[in-house]
Design a protein around this ligand. Structure first.
Ligand SMILES: CCCCCCCCCCCCCCCC(=O)SCCNC(=O)CCNC(=O)[C@H](O)C(C)(C)COP(=O)(O)OP(=O)(O)OC[C@H]1O[C@@H](n2cnc3c(N)ncnc32)[C@H](O)[C@@H]1OP(=O)(O)O
Length: 134
């Protein structure tokens, strides 16, 4: 399957996915960053961001770190540690950067930062490089 960027319906980043998160990214040196403010639709426990969605956000910034560098890679594993709740209605940052690369295996790390700088969530993910057409 060959996918053109303009046709992408990526749940995380496509501007044309009606139920997507429509994330935008800032590439700041070796970090890819996005900002997000959760609303009630993104809740797990009342008033708290759903952990699965935080995982999606982390996966997405790490994938975009790679995409920005023309590295086509798919997530094969992700480990997430939720240390502090992330409140609904307050903007937070999601960051990703490369940790290591060995052959086709690329390890990235990510974090969710609350507005006061507290690290609420940490992730490590493994990506495997694939051909440019998937
Ligand atoms: C042109 C396109 C425009 C698109 C425009 C859209 C724009 C926007 C893009 C962003 C979008 C992001 C979105 C979020 C990121 C997802 O959501 S990605 C989706 C979720 N992930 C998947 O679906 C991946 C499913 N997995 C697979 O399809 C296959 O495992 C893969 C990735 C194709 C790899 O399969 P394979 O090529 O057969 O590779 P395989 O031989 O199994 O493994 C290769 C090597 O990696 C090692 N390995 C594999 N797994 C592991 C592991 N977990 N740990 C350690 N080593 C491992 C193997 O041991 C092997 O090592 P060597 O033998 O080479 O030493």
């Amino acid at each position: 399957m060959s996918v053109e960027l303009r046709d992408s319906m990526c749940f995380g980043c496509s501007p044309q996915n009606p139920i997507g998160l429509k994330l935008k990214f800032i590439h700041d040196g070796d970090i890819c960053r996005s900002y997000f403010t959760g609303s009630r639709e993104h809740e797990g426990w009342p008033g708290i961001m759903h952990g699965g969605l935080l995982t999606t956000l982390l996966d997405e910034v790490m994938a975009q770190w790679l995409y920005e560098r023309d590295i086509m890679a798919m997530t094969v594993e992700i480990n997430v540690k939720f240390s502090k709740p992330v409140p609904i209605g307050q903007q937070f940052a999601v960051e990703g950067k490369q940790e290591s690369k060995k052959g086709r295996l690329i390890v990235l790390e990510g974090q969710v930062l609350l507005s006061d700088g507290t690290v609420a969530t940490k992730a490590t993910a493994k990506f495997i490089q694939v051909k440019n057409s998937i």
